[in-house]
Design a protein around this ligand. Structure first.
Ligand code: GRG
Length: 295
């Protein structure tokens, strides 16, 4: 296993344990929603956002136990978005991470509630003193994640995506949509690591530029997987964009130019990290992984 692959596996295992602790099963009457939250978050996913946060925090000497709490909070928001995106009112998907979606395994109302509760639990975790001893840092973590997730970030991007079904977007419009819908949560992973480490100046800027580039590269790779990926390997339905007549980077640029663009962005992202020398190695390798992944 490569160094990056074993680091990703180790991170995923630690996130899994942390989520398991933060979302304990109960025997109370409301246990169904907690079980659905556990189903949505445990036992799957590449954990790319937590990895970005933990590796970014490492650059600035943040305690691992704190970084993993913030990383788990971020993963909760990501998982909530997947649960809601799979609902009949949105993408209406039956499979996610290689198994039935939450509304298929439970029911629609429980899936809506589980998503809502994951979103709010995330901020409960971030605001807790165990996540960072400094209240100002905790407030800034909440502010950054709320901004990235809400109307100017992921939710706004999802709205643009729905509106786009009735219109033809060009490259600048798609870039904006994807930066909000997918890029914002990827970028904030790095920003949250920097916030925890109270990073300032050139280091903070360099990491921010890296995050910006890999956010877009990630989405282009996702568009390519939708066209070229194998549903069993990807763990979800593919060919969705074309079936929905959605404009994507791939539909506008073609497969080859989209792939070139993704690789260009990944190379540019890695170059932003030169100042961190070998401490930035995992993040640099991740940029390449993001555009070569098969799921
Ligand atoms: C419904 C509020 C709301 C938002 C939905 C992010 C999003 C907005 C929807 C997810 C649908 C989707 C397939 C988006 C494209 C990129 C993406 C987020 C892919 C899934 O992320 P991965 O590949 O998934 O990191 P894993 O399962 O590995 O965590």
């Amino acid at each position: 296993m490569s160094d990056l692959a074993s680091a990703l596996t180790a991170c995923a295992e630690t996130v899994e344990k942390c989520l398991d602790r933060l979302l304990p099963h109960t025997e109370t009457p409301e246990a169904r929603v907690i079980d659905a939250m556990r189903y949505a978050t445990l036992g799957g996913g590449k954990r790319i956002r937590p990895f970005l946060l933990v590796e970014s925090a490492k650059l600035f000497g943040v305690a691992e136990s704190c970084a993993y709490r913030a990383a788990s909070a971020l993963e909760m928001v990501h998982c909530y978005s997947l649960v809601h995106d799979d609902l009949p009112a949105m993408d209406d998907d039956d499979m996610r991470r290689g198994r039935p979606t939450v509304h298929k395994e439970y029911d629609e109302a429980t899936a809506i509630l589980a998503g809502d509760a994951l979103l709010t639990k995330s901020f409960e975790v971030l605001a807790h003193p165990d996540t960072h001893e400094n209240a100002g840092v905790r407030a800034n973590l909440c502010l950054a994640l709320a901004t990235a997730s809400g109307d100017h970030g992921m939710v706004g991007g999802q709205m643009l995506d729905l509106v786009a079904e009735q219109s033809e977007l060009d490259i600048p419009e798609i870039t904006r949509l994807q930066r909000m819908k997918t890029g914002a949560l990827i970028a904030v992973a790095c920003d949250m690591g920097a916030i925890m480490g109270r990073a300032t100046g050139a280091a903070r800027q360099a990491l921010h530029h890296y995050a910006h580039d890999i956010g877009l590269a990630f989405q282009i790779a996702d568009d390519l997987l939708d066209v070229e990926g194998d549903a069993d390997e990807v763990g979800k339905r593919t060919g969705k964009d074309e079936a929905a007549g959605k404009a994507t980077f791939v539909s506008l640029l073609g497969v080859e130019r989209a792939r070139e663009q993704a690789h260009l962005l990944a190379g540019q992202a890695a170059a932003h990290l030169e100042m961190f020398e070998e401490k930035g190695e995992h993040l640099k390798e991740l940029a390449d992984f993001i555009v070569t992944r098969r799921k």
